[in-house]
Design a protein around this ligand. Sequence first.
Ligand code: ARG
Length: 487
Amino acid sequence: MSSGARSGVATPDQRARGRARTAKVWAGRLSAPTSERVETYTSSLAVDRRLGADDVAGSRAHARMLRGIGVLTAAQHRAIDAGLRAIAAELSSDVFAVSPGDEDIHTAVERRLFELAGPVAGMLHTGRSRNDQVATDLRMWARRACTDLLVALAGLQETLLTRAAEHRTAPMPGYTHLQRAQVVSLAHHLLAYVEMFARDAVRLGAARVASDELPLGSGALAGSTLPLDRDRVADELGFGRIAANSMDAVADRDFAVDITSACALTMVHCSRLGEELVLWSSAEFGFASLPDSHATGSSLMPQKKNADVAELARGRSGRVVGDLVALLTVLKGLPLTYNRDLQEDKEPLFDAVDTTLATLRMLTEVISVVHFDIDAMRQAASDPALQATDVAELLVAGGVPFREAHSIVGAVVAQTVAAGRTLADLDLAEWRAASERFDASVVRLFDPDAALRRRDVPGGPGPRSVTRQLTRARALVARTRRAAAGG
Ligand code: ARG
């Protein structure tokens, strides 16, 4: 080993060799080749490879702009663009070969451009840093992710809406504390999820708007001395606006937080829907059954048929909530501007989007094939106890203050339960013994269909209200689709 290497100062020759081995874009500054262990630890290629197409698109727009402001000659631009197009083709046909020294997809693309176009490739990075480049690439990916998520959300909403329309007047028990509470309809229950997913769509639409801003032209952090035409690049890449502050532009990952956060809440909603499917398909409820194609068995118990898809929708919500916490924790405490920590933004964002997309699509399928046992639901909704509130409200209609009515009916419930009877077993005389305000209509309160018809307050589960909700749900699906189209 030469004395130069031992003292940590490389000879010019060693520097050249170091550059040749690792082909680092920043090798000029450093005097020894990067340790392979450092390369392995710092590489993000396995994760950011999927930004390849966006990286090339960003580079092509940047190169065209450099041509426009006279930094590149027409011939130089042609050579660079031809190389970039060839790389795009390699990426899309999955033959793009990475080399061990590639730090990330951005350096890999640049290295390949050198191989294809020669030294002119060295002009592409003019006025650009990987800091504004990676933020640009990620925002392009993010916009598309929002669109995909919105399309998937619309699909799930539409399927819930279709199943709701099939069961517009099918009574079922509604629950609080997982105890039977009052009669609702299956349609009403399913439409509650359409509302949840509509709010998710609003959040994702806003995240898409947050992503729709061009960082390129911000350089490493302080812009450029060159007269970069940022508006032109924004136009070409379809960005709605350019980032207003170069320091914010390279350090900001709020858009990624917005998407991951919207995914986390979407997954929480998927988890709740999954839990309903698990409960409903149990023997204890018996409200739903999955076709064999969408259920799973047990390796030990031959009789088992499980709703594993629904359980995984529930279980994976934990992952996505974790992604959100991971991302927020990466950002917390970072000084302006770019820090390598920001490389850790991609895994949580990608995982959140992948998991949410897959879950939305799978649940859409499961909801469209699940069999609802509306007879079992009606049977459960026929439990006379579900009408206890209606009995109290009957007294209210006769002028009894609600608290008093509640206590009168509560006492009747306690007596009937103790006697092993139900509210529907009582005759008018027995009701009148509890309160002389009761009239004959009290004994007719216990039909679940009639109970449903009574609850036609706006937003309620009654048939007219549900018909209005179905109309609204159709509008919500259309709104989600418009948001997906960027509207
Ligand atoms: N792989 C890096 C990332 O994802 C690219 C930016 C590197 N910039 C730098 N100055 N080292 O964040």
